[in-house]
Structures are given as C-alpha cells and as structure tokens.
Design a protein around this ligand. Structure first.
Ligand code: TMP
Length: 218
C-alpha cells in the first residue's frame, strides 16, 4: 500500500537537475516533510556498480544492453529503496528514473520506446511517479555548462542528445498530468523557485499533511 509521494527529476545533460534535486530536498525538509533522496542509478550497491560500468566502461554496449542494465538497476532501487520509503509515507525525490531509459535508450538509442516503456514499467511493478519535473535545456547550452571530463553517455553524438531532448519533450506532451516542463536555461535561482512552487502546491493537494487538531472552544 502506497502512502508517500514520488517525485522524479529528469532532463538532458547540463540541465542542472542534480543540484535542483538537492535544493528541493532541503525545501521539503524545511516544510516538515520526511524525504528520501535517491539517484538512479546509484542509490543501491547494484546501482553503484552499474553506474560505474555504464558510464565508465570502455567496452562496447548496445543501446538495448544499456537499457536492460539500467532497468535491472532500477528494479533493485524500487525494491530496496523506493517502495519501502513510499510505504512509510515519505516523500521520495529521485534524480532520474524510468523516463531516462525511454529518452536515452529509446528515443536516443533507437530501441522501440513503446516496447521499452512496457518492459520497464512491468519490471518495476507499476511504480509510477506522482510528479515528474522535466528540466529542459537546449543541447548546446547544456553541454556548455559541463565543465568536467565527459562520461560515456555524454560522449555520444550531439545528434543522439538532440533525440534525447526531443524524446523527453514528447513524453511530457503525452502525459501532461504527471509531467511539468521547466525552462532550465534560466538562472538556477529562478528554476529553483519555480520547482518549489510546483512541488509544494502538488504535495498539498495530493498528499495533505494531517491537519493539526483545532482547539476545542468548549
Ligand atoms: P546522471 O549523471 O544525470 O545521474 O546520469 C547518468 C547518465 O546516464 C546520463 O547521461 C543519463 C544516463 N542514463 C541513461 O542513459 N539511461 C537511464 O535509464 C538512466 C537512469 C540514465
């Protein structure tokens, strides 16, 4: 039985998603929410191992092999972290999730997105985010922000990354109840404020905190 609230942050390279996820967690905590902050892949032992392999291997990996590895890592993430936290009524904030596989390996890598969507959803037992914040940024602008050495995914062609961004926008258009698209080319502070407003409003509507007892007048 699920009682918590599940938020995912998605976006192409250089969207500022990870810093925004951290700020969002702090805001939710300041508002009295119990928050579990996760990263896909990376918040389980298997996820950390897969992250190293997927982002830093020199071995050839096809988009299908990548997709299956990302999905495998996500199964462990859901079983070990997401489902237990939601069952305890926590707000779960996850830096990337299922939509990343559809955008990157599906639209970017050419694995049939509809097939991948069915497979990926089944694998994680139908856990769907309550809210997905898509931090959208033009590809060149996002890459200009990356200062460190590029990892394996970032080294893919710019055409690949254009397909990823277009894929994300398509996913958001097809599911407007779950997705909100935020223009992440603005200043981090402006982006942060918009995300806070969206999330706090949604959480209050969909997962209200227990009302404090009204003092009895008698
Ligand atoms: P991150 O550094 O934003 O956490 O993302 C890791 C990289 O892995 C990023 O380039 C996106 C990519 N990725 C996929 O290609 N498919 C997936 O399913 C996930 C979760 C990430």
């Amino acid at each position: 039985m699920r009682h918590g609230f599940f938020i995912t942050l998605e976006g192409p390279e250089g969207s500022g998603k990870s810093s925004q996820a951290r700020s969002l967690v702090r805001t939710l905590q300041r508002n009295g929410r119990k928050v579990t902050f996760l990263r896909d892949p990376g918040s389980t032992a298997l996820g950390r191992a897969l992250r190293r392999a997927l982002l830093h291997t020199s071995a050839e990996l096809s988009p299908l092999a990548e997709a299956l590895l990302f999905i495998g890592g996500r199964v462990a993430l859901v079983e070990e972290r997401v489902a237990p936290a939601l069952a305890r009524g926590r707000v779960v904030v996850c830096d990337r999730f299922h939509d990343s596989t559809i955008a990157y390996q599906g639209y970017g890598g050419g694995v049939d997105p509809a097939w991948l969507d069915r497979l990926g959803r089944r694998a994680i037992g139908g856990i769907v985010p309550d809210l997905t914040v898509l931090l959208d940024v033009p590809v060149e602008r996002g890459f200009a922000r990356l200062r460190r050495r590029h990892d394996r995914m970032e080294r893919k062609t710019r055409r690949f990354h254009h397909r990823v961004r277009a894929g994300y926008l398509k996913l958001a258009k097809c599911d407007p109840r779950r997705f909100v698209v935020v223009d992440a080319s603005r200043s981090p502070r402006a982006v942060q404020r918009q995300i806070e407003l969206i999330v706090l409003r949604r959480i209050r509507v969909l997962a209200p905190s227990p009302e404090p007892q009204a003092p009895s007048g008698r």
